[in-house]
Design a protein around this ligand. Structure first.
Ligand code: GUN
Ligand code: ZN
Length: 427
C-alpha cells in the first residue's frame, strides 16, 4: 500500500522562471497537493485529489501558502555559534572569529552538538536543503551528514580544505586534503539523500599544489559538485592577485588547477571582471548570492538582474555565519534591498523562485527539489502570510498573492513557518 496524504492550502507551483517571463505569471496557485510515497503526485483542486486518493489523510492548512522548502545553496554550519560577531571585514573576521571556532571541530562531540543545533535552526526557518562547508576535520563532515541523514534531509557538503594562510591546527596538506576528501566522498556521496561537495575554501588558503590535487579529485569524480568562494571583497581580490602573480584574475586561480566547471558553485562572485564573467558563463557555472553576508561583512552589491540577464544559474544562500541570519526569508529581503541599491527591485516571485527553484537548479537538483510539481520530492512548508500583527495588517489589503507574500518576505521570520514536511513526513 502506498502512503498518501493530501495537504490543502494555497499551493504555490512555479511553471516558469520569473526572470524569463512576466514574474506575476510565473506560478500557479492550486487548492491542494497529493503526496504519495514521499513525492509530489499531483497538484489541483481539493475535490479532484480526494476522488483520486479517497483513502488519503487530508491535512488542512487554511489559507497558508504551501510551497517547496527553502534551499540554502551556501552555508558554513560550523559558524553557527559565532553568527552575528561584530565589527570585522572578511579577512579579519575569518582570523578573529571563524578560525578559532572552526578549530573546535576536531572534537567530534562538539561537531555533533553544533550540527544538531544547526539543523534545528534551519528547519525552524523552513530550509529543507542545505549546502555546507564543514571544517578541515573529517569528523565535522561525519557529524553533518549523520545529523542530516537521521532527519531524512537532502543535504550537501564537504570537508573544507586549507593548507596555507590558516593557523596551526586548521591546516591539512595537498595530499591529506585529497585523501580525506576522497575517502569522505566515497563514504557519503549518494548515500540516501546526501551529496559530497569538493570544497577548497578559497584560493588564499590553498597552495597551488592543493588546488591541483582537488582539481584532480574533481576530474576523477565529475558527478560531484565543487564549491568555493570567489571575488567577495576588494581587499581579498588584491590579496589573491599578490599570492598568485601569474594569474589573470581571481577566477584564473581556480581555472588553472582544474577548479572551473559546470558543476562548480562560486559563492559571492560580486566583483567580477569581464573575462571572469565570460569564462564562468562559457562553462555554465553557478553563482551563489549571499546577500545578508555581503551587507554584514561589508563585501559589496551583487548585481542579480545583470547576472540573470547574462544567463547565469544563480542560487540564494544565507552564508551562515558570515551571513547574519539562518532565514531564507531574511535572505530574500536582503536580496531585495541589494536589488534596490543596484537599480532593480526584484519581484516577490523572483525572490521566492531564487530561494527554491533557482537554488535547486544552481545545484543541478532542479528535477528533485525546489518546486511543487509532480515527481518532486515532497520537501514542503506551510507559510503563514499573517504571522505577526505588522505583517497581517499589510497582507490584509493585498490585491494578489505576490502583494500578500511580500510583507512576509520583508518582515517574516521563523514564526511564519507553520509546518515543515520532509519527503512528505510532517516534522
Ligand atoms: N571566504 C573564505 N572563507 C569564508 C567564510 O567562511 N565566509 C565567507 N563569507 N567568506 C569566506
Ligand atoms: Zn562562505
Amino acid at each position: 500500500m502506498s502512503e498518501e496524504k493530501i495537504i490543502t492550502g494555497r499551493v504555490l507551483s512555479f511553471s516558469q522562471s520569473p526572470f524569463e517571463s512576466a514574474p506575476e505569471k510565473a506560478a500557479t496557485l492550486y487548492e491542494a497537493v497529493l503526496v504519495r510515497d514521499g513525492h509530489v503526485a499531483t497538484v489541483g483542486a481539493a475535490g479532484d485529489l480526494r476522488r483520486q486518493a479517497p483513502t488519503a489523510e487530508v491535512h488542512a492548512y487554511g489559507d497558508a501558502l504551501i510551497t517547496a522548502g527553502f534551499v540554502d545553496a551556501h552555508a558554513h554550519y560550523p559558524q553557527t555559534g559565532i553568527i552575528a560577531s561584530w565589527g570585522k571585514r572578511l579577512i579579519d573576521w575569518l582570523n578573529t572569529y571563524t578560525f578559532p571556532e572552526e578549530m573546535r571541530f576536531a572534537d567530534l562531540a562538539y561537531a555533533q552538538d553544533i550540527a544538531r543545533r544547526y539543523f534545528d535552526l534551519t528547519l525552524q526557518n523552513g530550509t529543507t536543503t542545505t549546502v555546507s562547508f564543514c571544517t578541515i576535520h573529517p569528523e565535522s563532515v561525519d557529524a553533518y551528514f549523520e545529523e542530516a541523514s537521521a532527519r531524512g534531509l537532502r543535504a550537501l557538503g564537504g570537508k573544507t580544505c586549507m593548507d596555507s594562510n590558516a593557523p596551526e591546527g586548521l591546516r591539512d596538506t595537498a595530499q591529506s586534503a585529497y585523501d580525506n576528501s576522497k575517502r569522505l566522498l566515497q563514504k557519503w556521496n549518494g548515500q540516501g539523500r546526501l551529496s559530497y561537495v569538493i570544497t577548497p575554501r578559497f584560493s588564499p588558503t590553498s597552495t597551488p599544489e592543493q588546488l591541483r590535487a582537488l582539481g584532480d579529485l574533481w576530474a576523477e569524480h565529475p558527478e560531484c559538485l565543487m564549491q568555493t568562494h570567489l571575488s567577495e571583497q576588494v581587499d581579498e581580490i588584491e590579496w589573491v592577485k599578490s599570492l598568485f602573480p601569474q594569474a589573470r584574475d581571481y577566477l584564473d586561480t581556480y581555472e588553472a588547477y582544474g577548479l572551473l566547471g559546470e558543476r562548480g558553485l562560486y559563492g559571492h562572485a560580486i566583483h567580477l571582471e569581464p573575462r571572469e564573467i565570460d569564462r564562468l558563463k562559457e562553462v555554465s557555472a553557478s553563482l551563489i548570492h549571499c546577500p545578508t553576508s555581503n551587507t554584514f561583512i561589508g563585501s559589496g552589491l551583487f548585481n542579480m538582474t545583470q547576472r540573470k540577464a547574462d544567463g547565469f544559474a544563480v542560487g540564494l544562500a544565507t552564508d551562515t555565519g558570515g551571513g547574519s541570519s539562518f532565514s531564507m526569508l531574511r535572505s530574500m529581503a536582503a536580496a531585495y534591498e541589494i536589488g534596490q541599491l543596484t537599480g532593480t527591485p526584484l519581484h516577490p516571485a523572483q525572490l521566492y523562485w531564487l530561494a527554491t527553484v533557482g537554488s535547486a537548479q544552481s545545484l543541478h537538483l532542479g528535477d528533485k527539489i525546489g518546486n511543487v510539481i509532480p515527481g518532486m520530492e515532497a520537501d514542503l512548508i506551510a507559510l503563514d502570510l499573517a504571522s505577526t500583527p505588522a505583517i497581517a495588517q499589510r497582507a490584509n489589503r493585498a490585491e494578489d498573492i505576490w502583494e500578500a507574500l511580500f510583507p512576509t518576505i520583508m518582515m517574516g521570520d521563523d514564526r511564519a513557518i507553520k509546518q515543515v514536511w520532509v519527503t512528505g513526513r510532517a516534522l
